[in-house]
Design a binder for this molecule. Sequence first.
Ligand SMILES: [Zn+2]
Length: 326
Amino acid sequence: MEFRIGPAGNSDSFYEEGMKSSVQAPGWLRDRGLNAYEYSLGHGISLTEKTALAIREQAEACGVQVSVHAPYYVNLTSPDPEKREASCEYIVRSAERAKWLGGSRVVVHAGAYQKQDRELALRACREGLLACCRRLDAMGLTGIRLCPETMGRPGQIGGLAETLALCLADERLLPCVDFAHLHALSGGGLKTRADFARVLDEAENTLGLERARQMHIHFSAIEFTDKGEKRHRTFSEEGFGPAFSDLAPELVQRNYRPVIICECNGTQAEDAARMRDMLLEAERAALCGPLPAERTENRPENTKCTEKSGKNVLNRENNFAKRLNI
Ligand SMILES: [Zn+2]
């Protein structure tokens, strides 16, 4: 399994360890065995070309893939045509910055219903995304993939089926499946591996296996009420789901190649590293059967790990470590 994993923005520890600028983020992430980084333009597009190119240079040197999150105030379904046009402009400017950063994915919160008919709002959203794609073509930004995100509140456009349907509008649209948001929106519906499997099944049935495999993933623990998402939490805080350990084996078994971004609040880099370890453990288990805590010692007699598959696991792990320079 080829996967990219890292944090959304800089975690608290990044600053606590004396880092000052996102230009330092790729090196800091590489040293922690992470290989993806989502740069947030959520609160505004202030990133300059000079800074973006400096981040890109570091990201390329450190093997870190950068994605971008477009502003939170984008709303492609606004009844006001000027606001729709402005939203399209924010998305296009985010895409331009993604290119400066050497990235190809731009995560988008598509819009809100605002008392509109759901069908009409969805259609406006689809047309808005298509208009953005045409603008990207005209600017030569053809390699950029817009990723509409599944959202955590019922008033927002971004149920799983809606997000997947939006992605059918153009081949270069990829879903950003935020599992924490799906969990919140369904009142805690992601409880077992089978629950995660149903989400991936739905993506594959709508978009086809190949596109589903490339999906963008957001993951964190989350607090919710009957109105949906309340706030993102961390894996260390007790009592908040969903559990990445239930998703990791499904991603491995289906041979996904996702970009996985951890949005845990403040510990996103540390929790991304925990998720990476769960994926590596799932890879190991898929090839060898589950191992005991001591790994190679005391392997149960009934596991069918041949020497060859054991070597494969080690090789894959070493290759992964090499790619990350750890
Ligand atoms: Zn988001």
